[in-house]
Design a binder for this molecule. Structure first.
Ligand code: FES
Ligand code: FE2
Length: 383
């Protein structure tokens, strides 16, 4: 990657200046940050290609051979529970003629390519082939799928293409004390869906990070659940993440600890913690449930989002009619997501206008300011 062209270099310098200034005088990022192919290429190389992304929860692939697929900086990968029970990630591209190996979720003891049946074990080793006996020097033992660095942190699968990135545990140590008491690794996954929205991935990230829109966009669902006065943001900007947390209002339908929850005490029993792990993993961690988003850009104008829901174990165990209850909850949060889709796609469309200009931010948009700092750090870093 060469250095940014002058126009993009100017945009990034402006971003740096706003990020380094106070939030009270910050304006949102200019349209070029969302519509420039060059910015996207920098993001893929320097953010998605170097930082940690999360394809989901380790609990979503609990059994040996369970696998799920994702893509990191446009490289298809699959995560699999190997024969020893470890979560590992491999390139999802066959070493024969480069067919995509695995589609979606599944379980199998062997990964068999749908094109010519080359077959790999759960460690990525090629173990089965047909009709290769006349190929000079061919030895299955020489062929293995490239493995992607993977760590499981507090129940989350994280992968990176960068062998030299600091560990997830190290990067997220400052929020460990918030996440651990919820016991998220024991939450029970109940729903996961992948969707494509017509908007730049950063519009969705920013939408997640601010509660300013809740009373308006979500007035029909959870708009009143977050009392604005109780919102807490980090005191300083961290390089790998940002967050907000707040106590849910008493009228919140979801978000309070079950009576059998003996992990959380006092105000924590109604507190929701909402981290964004840069660039694209964000979740709402409540005492009774969790919902998460993991994003990947599909060009500048579309984003693939993975939307998952999990329940605290005592909530799941207490359900008399799990199917009906879960279906109602999933329906509720799906409606919330749909409300967000409308605004994310609306911002994307609006920001294309020649007259569009970014405006000043509210204090409730604190995390957007952190996000600008992260993007300036990454996109202006030398190759
Ligand atoms: S491309 Fe996979 S077996 Fe041929
Ligand atoms: Fe929203």
């Amino acid at each position: 990657m060469t250095n940014p062209q002058p126009e993009v270099a100017d945009v990034l310098s402006g971003l740096r200046a706003v990020a380094d200034g106070p939030l009270s005088s910050a304006v949102n990022m200019p349209s070029a940050m969302y519509h420039s192919d060059e910015v996207l290429a920098l993001e893929q190389e320097r953010a998605f290609g170097r930082d940690w992304v999360s394809p989901g929860l380790a609990a979503e692939i609990p059994e040996v051979g369970d696998h799920l697929t994702w893509s990191i900086a446009d490289q298809p990968v699959f995560c699999v529970r190997d024969a020893s029970g470890e979560v590992r990630t491999f390139s999802n591209v066959c070493r024969h003629r480069m067919m995509t190996l695995v589609a979606g979720d599944g379980n199998s003891r062997r990964i068999t390519c749908p094109y010519h049946s080359w077959t790999y074990d759960l460690g990525g080793q090629l173990v089965g082939t047909n009709h290769m006996e006349h190929t000079d020097g061919f030895d299955r033992a020489d062929i293995c799928l490239p493995e992607i660095r993977t760590e499981v942190w507090q129940g989350w699968i994280y992968c990176t293409l960068d062998e030299n990135a600091p560990s997830v545990a190290e990067l997220l140590a400052p929020i460990e004390g918030f996440v651990v008491p919820y016991g998220v690794a024991d939450y029970v996954p109940v729903h996961r869906v992948d969707e494509v929205w017509d908007g730049n991935w950063k519009f969705l990230t920013e939408n997640f990070m601010e509660g300013y829109h809740l009373p308006v966009t979500h007035r029909a669902t959870l708009g009143t659940w977050m009392p604005m006065t109780s919102v807490v943001f980090p005191d300083e900007r961290h390089g790998a993440f940002t967050y907000q947390m707040f106590e849910k209002d008493e009228n919140a339908v979801y978000g309070r600890a079950h009576a059998d929850n003996d992990r959380l005490e006092g105000a924590w029993r109604s507190t929701t913690f909402m981290p964004t792990v840069f660039p694209s993993h964000m979740y709402i961690l409540a005492p009774d449930h969790l919902w998460y988003l993991s994003l990947r850009p599909l060009g500048t104008g579309q984003v693939q989002l993975r939307f998952g829901i999990a329940l605290a174990p005592e909530v799941h165990a207490s359900l008399d009619d799990p199917e009906a209850w879960i279906s109602e909850m999933v329906g509720f949060f799906t409606a919330v997501c749909e409300e967000d889709r409308v605004v994310v796609e609306g911002i994307h469309a609006g920001s294309r206008s020649p007259l569009a200009r970014p405006g000043p931010l509210s204090w409730l948009e604190h995390e957007l300011h952190h996000f600008m700092g992260y993007l300036a750090d990454r996109l202006m870093a030398s190759s």
